[in-house]
Design a protein around this ligand. Structure first.
Ligand SMILES: [Zn+2]
Length: 156
């Protein structure tokens, strides 16, 4: 048997995957060929070293820890805090009081905004209907259209 052919079958031989006759041929070759025998010895030692390695440490499961951290971070936002506070309210009386306080606060803000609106009504020049025309007056497009086309021609 040639070395090239034998070396392909060394690993299957070491694994015991060859038929009895083929294994016998490889065994005979290894006894007569020092190069292939050395190759087989190196492979065997490497395999034994791998078997001697300690078992890998168990990877800690970080998913629950990470999810807890994310949940904590989310709860630290202002809205979540308020929501958590509201959800913790057990007594209907406390809930009603909180609702009433919110309502009064809202009415107060709305009233002050409306008073401000009445005191400083929006001026007339806030919005022109011309703003919604195809070409706002005195815009570049308006001037261009006036220069190039008849003003009464709406078909363009
Ligand atoms: Zn050989």
């Amino acid at each position: 048997m040639k070395c090239q052919k034998a070396q392909v079958k060394i690993i299957p031989f070491l694994n015991g995957e060859l038929s009895e006759t083929e294994a016998q041929k490889i065994h005979l070759h290894l006894e007569t060929c020092s190069q292939c025998a050395k190759e087989a010895e190196v492979l065997t030692r490497s395999w034994n070293l791998l078997l001697d390695l300690p078992e890998p440490l168990e990877i800690p499961n970080l998913v629950p820890q990470t999810l807890d951290s994310i949940q904590k971070m989310q709860q630290e936002t202002f809205v979540k805090k308020i929501w958590a506070w509201i959800m913790r309210i057990q007594s209907p009386l406390t809930a009603t009081t909180a609702l009433a306080v919110g309502l009064i606060f809202g009415v107060f803000i709305g009233k002050s905004l409306f008073t401000n609106f009445l005191l400083n009504p929006p001026t007339e020049d806030t919005l022109f209907l011309e703003t919604f025309e195809d070409f706002p007056p005195n815009s570049i497009a308006d001037v261009y259209m006036n220069l190039n086309f008849d003003q009464g021609d709406e078909s363009l």
